[in-house]
Design a protein around this ligand. Structure first.
Ligand code: AHR
Length: 666
């Protein structure tokens, strides 16, 4: 047989229907046409605390260190972290945050007061890494800072001055000190935690007491210039549903998010384990699904529009510390089991991205489930690092609802689902399917049934190892890494994949999304949208169809006409949007107070309610041509604003330009 014919024959065997018998037990139905929510990149954030060797030696070595560094920050670590696209970094704790006084960490290093790190090993903290060093770290990583303020042992004034120091450009005492410390312009920090674990190390408070205190603090945390703070309240410890209920009820609507902490706790070795402990840890990891579902359900009762984010800003494995290390430093190795823990959790977060908008694994370097370990000049990338590297494609992609029916992984009479999965489509139309096979000993077949996506090609990557407890050590740093994976076949909209035991697989699927044609043929149209103005006092959007407008007209863009000012009015924009290229379109609607967006009569964004300037997102598939567009808005009292922007495969977020918007003329 000629070489060309042989290649063609192999291709046919791989791709023809006859060779394609789907798994009966394990089917993932991937609804490409039903995508709506974006997976916030901030789900992939990290946490750094003044704990053990996380900051000192891990991230920061100082300018005079023999370890290569830029402005004191380790070059090797910074480069590795840039590769996984860290979107935000939480700092300075953890428990440490509620004992941290930020003014001790600014100014000349030799004049900075020392303190005892009472939470973590009782060591002396010399404050040589403080606000400026942290902001430099974030700049080098290209990430957003997320600061945890001290509510436990600080004062309202101290926290409010920290915000002023970081964010104000006015002439003020704090700005003056910042400038004399070498930083002219403000940094514009957005993510701000009001306390940490206030139910525990952060002050042993009851939810009612915390709520009062946090509300009091938050009223002195000001927005400077255009910078809007995203305040994050202390949320529950694991399944403390009472905490969520009370905090949501009391103060939820004053915060951008509420933080959940849940660790996969396991008082045993990080690397010396057999299948029973593999099973236990993965089972306990799956509890995250239940926690998120239950906390979200409680949040829904106070915030049906999912405006308040669930921020899982501490999660990961917590084992016994490595023998011979300071127990207060929480240093642990990181094995293939941790890669599965990361993969499962990130899949869960992706699937709940309508409510979970940010998470931070604990912690970034040298503490608990780290992505990086360091020892002197040496650096090791852990299996967890490789999961973040694989999964970075999900950042800001559109989540694709994925229904999984699969066999169980049964161990000594106990069972858990053998597989775990999430799917997204990125801005370039590429689909990514991340799948974990939890079964320690058995390969598991899976059929992915893609609804509304025809495949043109697939490539795969795999993270696994010969042993379930394999890890990367300083002596053998490349024991585990990502390999190419090709144990799959596909035909039309179906993929059969054979998942190796104890593995994390990422499939990249190229192809075309089936885009339903909802465009309409229009005859007499002109530029601009219709608008109607209504008068009334509302705290939620009324049914404008049942009200009489006080004014009507045409606007060139979707903006509040400049002559409409004051309070207690409603607006409705309606007309057509012209789409030149078919594809997935993402919209961001920011409003104060409530607003909604409908396209082709379908609700794309619900940002309703009486609230400050808040952004909500939504996505939809649009065919080429004209589509119905409608948006409603109301202004109650206080500040006001309405802003709609969009993005697609072809364009970054921008306002809807005038040449896209039309209305009918007779
Ligand atoms: O991550 C270690 C500690 O765990 C954090 O400081 C604290 O918030 C949590 O209890």
């Amino acid at each position: 047989m000629k070489k060309k014919t042989l290649v063609a024959t192999i291709f046919l065997v791989l791709h023809l229907n006859s060779a394609f018998s789907q798994s009966k037990m394990n089917v993932a139905t991937i609804e490409a046409g039903k995508s709506k929510y974006q997976i916030s990149r901030y789900i992939y954030s990290h946490f750094s605390e003044h704990l053990g060797n996380c900051i000192y030696d891990g991230l920061w070595v100082g300018e005079n260190s023999p370890v290569p560094n830029i402005k004191g920050i380790r070059t090797d670590v910074a480069q590795a972290l840039k590769r996984i696209k860290v979107p935000a970094l939480r700092w300075p704790g953890g428990c440490f945050a509620d004992e941290y006084h930020w003014k001790d960490g600014i100014g000349p290093k030799n004049q900075r007061p020392k303190m005892i790190n009472t939470n973590w090993g009782g060591v002396t903290e010399n404050n040589s890494f403080g606000t400026h060093e942290f902001m430099e770290l974030c700049a080098q990583l290209g990430c957003e800072p997320y600061i945890s303020g001290n509510l436990g042992s600080g004062t309202v004034q101290e926290m409010s001055q920290w915000v002023e120091y970081l964010n104000s450009d006015n002439e003020s005492p704090m700005t003056g000190i910042r400038q004399s410390n070498g930083r002219e312009k403000s940094w514009g920090v957005k993510f701000w935690g009001v306390g940490n674990e206030s139910w525990g190390c952060g002050g042993r408070m009851k939810p009612g007491y915390y709520s009062d205190k946090a509300l009091n603090y938050s009223s002195f945390l000001k927005n400077y210039g255009d910078n809007q703070l995203k305040l994050i309240a202390v949320g529950p410890n694991g399944d403390d549903y009472k905490w969520t209920k009370e905090v949501m009820q009391e103060i939820g609507n004053k915060f951008w998010g509420i933080a959940l902490h849940y660790y996969t706790n396991h008082g045993a070795s990080a690397t010396n384990f057999k299948e029973d402990e593999w099973f236990k840890v993965l089972k306990s990891t799956l509890k995250m699904e239940e926690l998120i579902a239950n906390h979200s359900a409680i949040m829904d009762t106070y915030d049906a529009n999912k405006r308040i984010a669930l921020v899982v800003d501490e999660w990961g494995t917590w084992y016994n510390t490595e023998p011979g290390t300071n127990p207060g430093f929480l240093f642990q190795q990181n094995s293939l089991r941790d890669a599965l823990v990361a993969g499962i959790n990130l899949n869960i977060f992706n699937n709940h991205c309508d409510r979970v908008k940010m998470t931070a694994i604990a912690q970034i370097v040298n503490v608990l489930q780290s992505v990086i370990l360091t020892k002197g000049e040496k650096m090791v990338l852990t299996p967890t690092y490789y999961v973040y590297d694989l999964y970075k494609v999900h950042q800001d992609a559109t989540m694709v609802p994925t229904k999984l029916e699969c066999e169980n992984y049964i161990f000594k009479g106990e069972k858990i689902p053998a597989l775990n999965i999430s799917t997204s489509i990125d801005n370039n139309g590429k689909m990514h399917i991340s799948i974990c096979n939890l079964n320690a000993v058995k390969a598991v077949p899976l059929t992915c049934d893609l609804k509304g996506f025809s495949i043109s090609s697939i490539s795969g990557q795999l993270l696994t190892a010969s042993q379930i407890n394999s890890f990367n050590s300083f002596e053998n740093p490349e024991n585990l890494s990502v390999k190419l994976f090709s144990d799959f076949t596909y035909y039309k909209e179906k993929i059969n994949v054979q998942l190796p035991p104890h593995s994390v697989v990422m499939l990249e699927v190229l192809g075309n999304q089936t885009i339903p044609d909802k465009s309409i043929v229009l005859k007499n149209i002109a530029r601009g949208l219709n608008y109607k103005l209504f008068k009334g006092e509302w705290t939620k959007l009324p049914d404008f169809n049942s009200l009489n407008s006080v004014k009507e007209g045409i606007v060139s863009g979707m903006e509040i006409p400049s002559e409409i000012i004051g309070n207690n009015f409603g607006l409705e924009f309606y007309g057509y949007i012209k789409i030149d290229k078919a594809g997935m379109y993402n919209f961001k609607l920011t409003s104060d107070d409530g607003a909604k967006l409908f396209i082709d009569r379908e609700e794309i964004i619900d940002n309703d309610g009486s609230h400050a300037m808040i952004e909500q997102q939504g996505s939809t598939l649009l065919s080429k041509g004209f589509h119905l567009i409608r948006s409603t808005y109301f202004q109650h009292g206080g500040g006001s604003g309405y802003k709609l922007s969009y993005s697609s495969e072809y364009i970054d977020y921008q306002s809807l330009s005038e040449d896209l918007l039309y209305h009918s003329v007779n």
